[in-house]
Design a protein around this ligand. Structure first.
Ligand code: 9MR
Ligand code: 9MR
Ligand code: ZN
Length: 588
């Protein structure tokens, strides 16, 4: 029996609305819908009780599908011939703590032949799913191209009407920055659904993407992103990242310190970026030395990575990045405890991080990896002690306020002479221990994600992405197929194998979410949201009015596809980045 919850019902209604609007104007239809293998003129997608990755599966990969209504049998047919290719029994029903759902799992891994299939159970028939070698190729392109859509300070045109004019060119130093007057800078990515640009969040996002370039180059090296720089001497993937990096560099003061952010004093309304005429302020801490330690160390780390990545294409730029990284690191070493809090008059995102030891550690490690200089190695080896616990080192998936894992991994992945063998072993062993815990989580979860109950925070989908990154990096430290397979399970969760049968990436899959907290998507008069953007996802602690009005349920259920629900359904550059990394890994 298929019970439908209130949320599922409203979700359905919202999608029907969207189809109605879309039907009236061809331009409003996302290409994926027009070309979709599933779209039929009459049928709106419905929440199915049989959930799986809506993009499908690689031929040799595990294919675990979750049933949300009980069944005693499972039958898989090839769509084209109707021939039965697999017949079996789902696992015993079990209660899933994260969702509160009673679920069963069907293991369809035995099917390896590329093609389209459907699964039939006692009560339901699934939507078609694909097995193929290219099932994640478009997703990688779309999610990386999402950054072009987030660009500030230039004309943006993604096609299909998703465009805006140059925005936020009207910059000034805020009194809190220690300077005053106009400032001629532009660039960067809008952080999220708002138009702010924040160094701290840019740090992890840009760093993750540069790591993708270095570690998974085979998948991203030749991506044709169709951006203004396409065809130039710098590969598209690096050219897109440079748009943000260049802006980050403009927030570095002459003394090497980096201001925390550039935003208006208050959030603007739900308008297009070029219609936001609030002054874009360079904002500081409000008192000397005005720049913040976390922001400065983040820039040092990212610019040090950039020096490695851009060298082969633009030597002068790479050297400039390294110089900026050195100056930033020197400033942060002299000012190790300047934390940021929103000054009185400022109400935009805070990214207030009270502990900058991890950013400093990351900067030292990346600078050592780039230069091989003793001063940076020693700084790393001395400072790393704060991560020691009774059972080794603390290794936690990276987040905007904790970059310590990046620091540890870059020290290990540098493969440089002079590294402490003992430390390398500790990094490997502690990482493996933590990855094993994530694999265990993934096996226990009814929908296969690696999240613990406490991980359903603001941006939990980003946490899942970062745990995948963690699993993939750990596999590099000590090969283990289980790590990479658990990483892929998080993708399946994000693209449909969840209690909403929803793809949490705009315009991706059969049933993508429709109402991100994203100003351009709300203001552009196009029904479907801007493409390639990952929703923050379920959040056990309500952080907005919509979230607060939801009935209290297990944490995976604490989600609503509602534009006003910024603590559940905003998009953000730091959440897309590990998804790009994961997709690059799956396309390698
Ligand atoms: O749009 C803002 C979003 O980017 C932030 O994540 C969120 C929390 O800081 O705030 C959003 O802005 C809201 C503001 O905080 C309160 N008034 C309504 C704004 C838009 O919904
Ligand atoms: O991602 C941030 C999350 O970890 C915090 O809990 C939340 C509230 O402080 O802020 C999130 O970041 C938002 C930022 O402050 C403003 N731009 C939108 C970001 C995503 O919601
Ligand atoms: Zn802008």
């Amino acid at each position: 029996m298929c019970q439908i919850t209130f949320e599922e019902y409203t979700g359905l209604m919202q999608r029907r609305d969207f189809l109605k609007v879309a039907a009236g104007s061809a331009a409003a239809l996302p290409t994926l819908w027009i070309n979709s293998k599933w779209a039929t003129a009459e049928a709106a997608p419905e929440d199915s009780p049989i959930v799986f990755n809506q993009l499908g599966y690689l031929p040799n990969a595990p294919k675990l599908i979750t049933l949300r209504t009980p069944s005693t049998k499972s039958t898989v047919r090839a769509v084209s011939s109707g021939v039965i290719v697999l017949q079996g029994k789902p696992d015993e029903p079990r209660d899933d703590a994260a969702s509160g759902d009673r679920i069963q799992i069907c293991d369809l891994s035995a099917i390896r032949k590329p093609g389209m299939y459907v699964l039939e159970t006692d009560a339901a028939k699934s939507a078609p799913f694909e097995i193929g070698n290219d099932v994640y190729r478009h997703a990688l392109w779309l999610t990386m191209r999402g950054y072009y859509g987030q660009r500030c300070g230039c004309n943006v045109d993604l096609g299909n009407g998703y465009s805006h004019h140059a925005c936020h060119l009207n910059a000034e130093f805020h009194t809190t920055s220690g300077k005053s007057g106009p400032y001629k800078n532009h660039g960067g990515w809008h952080d999220a659904g708002d138009y702010g640009r924040y160094i701290v969040n840019s740090g992890i996002s840009t760093g993750t993407l540069l790591w993708t370039w270095e570690m998974l180059n085979g998948a991203v090296g030749k991506l044709d992103l169709k951006i203004p720089e396409s065809g130039g001497k710098v590969p598209d993937f690096l050219a897109e990242i440079r748009w943000n990096l260049d802006w980050m560099l403009t927030l570095q003061d002459a003394d090497g310190g980096v201001w925390h952010k550039q935003t208006s004093e208050n959030f603007c309304g739900f308008i297009m970026p070029q219609d936001d005429h609030l002054v874009s302020y360079v904002i500081g801490t409000g008192s000397a030395p005005y720049k913040s330690t976390c922001a400065t160390a983040d820039l040092a780390a990212v610019a040090a990575i950039a020096a490695r990545c851009y060298g082969p294409y633009d030597d002068a730029y790479a050297r400039n990045c390294l110089e900026a990284a050195r100056r930033a690191y020197a400033w942060a070493s002299k000012n190790p405890n300047v934390t940021f809090q929103n000054p009185e008059s400022i109400r935009t995102g805070e990214y207030g991080d009270t502990d900058c030891r991890d950013e400093m550690l990351w900067a030292a490690a990346e600078l050592w990896r780039t230069t091989g200089e003793e001063q940076y190695r020693k700084a790393f080896e001395t400072s790393v002690s704060y991560l020691r616990t009774d059972n080794g080192l603390r290794v936690k998936a990276p987040s905007w306020n904790d970059l310590s894992a990046f620091a540890l991994w870059t020290y290990a992945l540098a493969h440089r002479k002079g590294a402490s063998i003992e430390l390398l072993e500790q990094i490997r062993d502690s990482s493996v221990h933590e990855a094993e815990r994530l694999v265990q989580n993934s096996r226990e979860n009814g929908y296969g994600n690696s999240l613990s109950l406490a991980d359903y925070v603001w941006g939990s989908n980003g946490v899942a992405g970062n745990q995948s990154l963690q699993l993939i990096v750990t596999d590099r430290l000590q090969k283990n197929d289980d790590f990479r397979l658990a990483a892929a399970e998080n993708l399946h969760y994000l693209i449909g194998r969840n209690c909403f049968d929803l793809s949490w990436v705009t315009q991706l899959g059969r049933n993508p979410f429709q109402h991100p907290h994203h100003r351009p998507s709300a203001a552009d008069n196009i029904a479907a949201p801007w493409p390639g953007l990952l929703s923050g996802g379920p959040n056990g602690r309500p952080g907005d009015r919509v979230a607060a009005s939801l009935p209290k349920r297990p944490p995976m259920q604490m989600y609503k596809d509602d534009q006003a629900a910024y603590s559940l359904n905003e998009i953000a550059i730091n959440w897309n980045a590990p998804l790009v990394f994961l997709l690059a890994s799956l396309n390698s």
